[in-house]
Design a protein around this ligand. Structure first.
Ligand code: BGP
Length: 459
C-alpha cells in the first residue's frame, strides 16, 4: 500500500508558541502575551525566537525534506488592535516567511487563528462580543488579499473545541463567563463559515478547512450508562464542531447537552443560513489521544489522572477514566495509535471530505548527550506507530492528504513550559534560561527525512 506521491509530509507550529518578538515591529499584544503563565513555566515573549531565526529554521525544514509547513499568523502582527490599522511590518514578516518556504518548494499551510486573540478585542468581551466576528472577517480579508496567490491551504481556527472545553488552561476564556460559552462558540462558528465563503470568493483555487482536535472516545465498560456518556462526549467534543463546519447544522445531542446545562444559545434563521453557506474543502484535525468515559453517578468524581488535554469530566454527563490498555507519555497523555485510525475512519464515514492531520506528536523530556546527539527514539516510535495506522486508514479508502506532526521545532507548550518538547529540531534553551537558542537536529529529524524520501514505503 503506497501513499500518494503528492502527500503533504509536513510539520506544525503556532505563532505564539514559537515566534517570540512579542512586542517587536509594531505587533500588538494578544491574550497569550498578557496572561499569567502557569507556575514554573516561562512567558511567551521569546519562545524559540523563530521571528528572528525563520530563515535558518526554514532551511532546516527543507533539509529535513518537508513538503509542507503548517504555521499560524499572529493576528496582532497584522492588526495590532484586532481591527482597523494594518501593521506593514507584520504583513511583511509573513510574506517573507511564505516566500522562504516556497523557495524550497515547501507548501505553506496557514492557520489564521491559533489561541492568540488580540488583547484589545478581549478587553471588549472577546468572542462573547459579535464584533469580534467582524474583526475576524476583516483579518481574513487582509490575509487572502496579501497572501492568496501564494498560500493554497488555509485553516480557520485551531482547536475551537479545546478553547471552549479547556479555555482557562489555554488562556482563552475568563472565569465568570461560562454562561456565555456556547454563544461565543456560535459567533466563532459563524465567523468561520463567513471566512470559508470569503476564501472561495476571493481565491477560488485555494482550499480551506476547520482545524479542531478530534478523537473518538471509548466507554469504560459495556454498561449502557457508559455508552450514553460516550454518545454525549463525542457530540460535545467532536461532532458539534464538524456538523456545523460541514453541514451547517447543530448536532442534536450537543444541543440537548447545552439545554440541560442551562447554556444560553441565541441563534437566528439568518445565522443558520450563513452557517449553511460556508463550506470547507477538507477537514484538518489534531489528534493526540483518545479518552475513556463512564457514566455519571453520585460517587464518580472528575479523575485528575484522566483530566489531561483529552480526558474531560462533567458530573452530569460523563467522567473521564484511565484506559488501562494504553501507555502514557511522560506528561500523562495516553498513547493510542489505533484510536487514530478509528478516529479518521469515523470522521471520513461521517463527512466524506479529505482529511489533513495538522497535529500529532509526543511531548517528552529530551536530553542532549555529551557528543551533542539527542536520541529521541521514543518520539520516532510514537510517530512510526501513528503513521503505520495512517497507512492502514488510507488502505481502507480514506482520503488523507497530508500529515503535519507537532512540532517542526521545539516550542513552548500551551501550559507545560519549554521542557515538554515535541520538535524534530532541538532549541537550546530551558524554562529559566534562554541560553543561545541554537538549533540541533534530533535523531527523529534524520528518521523523518528518510521516511519522507521513501514516502513511508518501509512502514
Ligand atoms: C494542541 C495545540 C497546540 C499544542 C499541542 C500540544 O492542543 O493546538 O498549540 O500546544 O496541543 O499541547 P501542549 O502544548 O499542551 O503539550
Amino acid at each position: 500500500m503506497s501513499l500518494p506521491k503528492n502527500f503533504l509530509w509536513g510539520a506544525s507550529t503556532s505563532a505564539y508558541q514559537v515566534e517570540g518578538a512579542y512586542n517587536e515591529d509594531g505587533k500588538g499584544l494578544s491574550v497569550q502575551d498578557v496572561k499569567d503563565p502557569f507556575p514554573g513555566t516561562p512567558n511567551f515573549n521569546v519562545c524559540s525566537d523563530h521571528y528572528h531565526h525563520y530563515k535558518e529554521d526554514v532551511a532546516l525544514f527543507a533539509e529535513m525534506g518537508l513538503k509542507a509547513y503548517r504555521f499560524s499568523i499572529a493576528w496582532t502582527r497584522i492588526l495590532p488592535t484586532g481591527s482597523g490599522e494594518v501593521n506593514p511590518k507584520g504583513v511583511e514578516f509573513y510574506s517573507n516567511l511564505i516566500d522562504e518556504c516556497l523557495k524550497y518548494g515547501i507548501e505553506p499551510i496557514v492557520t489564521m487563528y491559533h489561541f492568540d486573540l488580540p488583547n484589545e478585542l478581549d478587553k471588549v468581551g472577546g468572542w462573547t462580543n459579535p464584533k469580534t466576528m467582524d474583526a475576524f472577517v476583516e483579518f481574513a480579508t487582509i490575509l487572502f488579499k496579501e497572501y492568496g496567490t501564494r498560500v493554497k491551504y488555509w485553516l480557520t481556527i485551531n482547536e475551537q473545541n479545546m478553547m471552549i472545553l479547556y479555555g482557562p488552561i489555554i488562556g482563552t476564556t475568563k472565569p465568570g463567563q461560562e454562561h456565555l460559552l456556547y454563544q461565543s462558540n456560535h459567533y466563532m462558528l459563524l465567523a468561520q463559515a463567513k471566512v470559508f465563503k470569503l476564501c472561495h470568493d476571493m481565491i477560488p483555487d485555494a482550499k480551506i478547512g476547520p482545524a479542531p482536535n478530534i478523537s473518538v472516545n471509548y466507554p469504560h465498560t459495556s454498561k449502557p450508562e457508559d455508552n450514553l456518556a460516550v454518545l454525549y462526549i463525542n457530540a460535545v467534543r467532536n461532532w458539534l464542531y464538524l456538523d456545523i463546519a460541514v453541514w451547517g447544522k447543530y448536532n442534536p445531542i450537543a444541543l440537548d447537552y447545552m439545554h440541560k446545562k442551562g447554556f444560553k444559545l441565541d441563534v437566528s434563521d439568518e445565522e443558520m443560513e450563513i452557517l449553511k453557506a460556508g463550506k470547507p474543502d477538507f477537514i484538518a484535525f489534531n489528534y493526540y489521544s483518545t479518552a475513556t468515559f463512564e457514566g455519571p453517578s453520585a460517587d464518580v468524581k472528575p479523575n485528575p489522572e484522566a483530566d489531561q488535554q483529552i480526558g474531560l469530566s462533567d458530573e452530569a454527563f460523563y467522567a473521564g477514566v484511565k484506559n488501562e490498555f494504553l501507555p502514557f507519555t511522560d506528561f500523562g497523555w495516553q498513547i493510542d495509535p489505533l484510536g487514530f485510525r478509528t478516529t479518521m475512519m469515523e470522521m471520513y464515514a461521517r463527512y466524506h471530505l479529505p482529511l489533513l492531520i495538522t497535529e500529532n506528536g509526543l511531548g517528552a523530556y529530551d536530553r542532549v548527550e555529551e557528543d551533542g546527539s539527542i536520541n529521541d527514539d521514543y518520539r520516532i516510535d510514537y510517530l512510526k506507530q501513528h503513521i503505520t495506522e495512517l497507512k492502514h486508514t488510507v488502505e481502507a479508502g480514506v482520503d488523507v492528504i497530508g500529515y503535519c506532526p507537532w512540532s517542526a521545532i521545539d516550542l513552548i507548550s500551551t501550559h507545560q513550559g519549554f521542557e515538554k518538547r515535541y520538535g524534530f529540531i532541538y532549541v537550546n534553551r530551558d524554562n529559566d534560561d534562554l541560553k543561545d537558542l541554537s538549533r540541533m537536529k534530533k535523531k527523529s529529524f534524520f528518521w523523518y527525512k528518510e521516511l519522507i524520501e521513501e514516502n513511508a514505503e518501509s512502514l
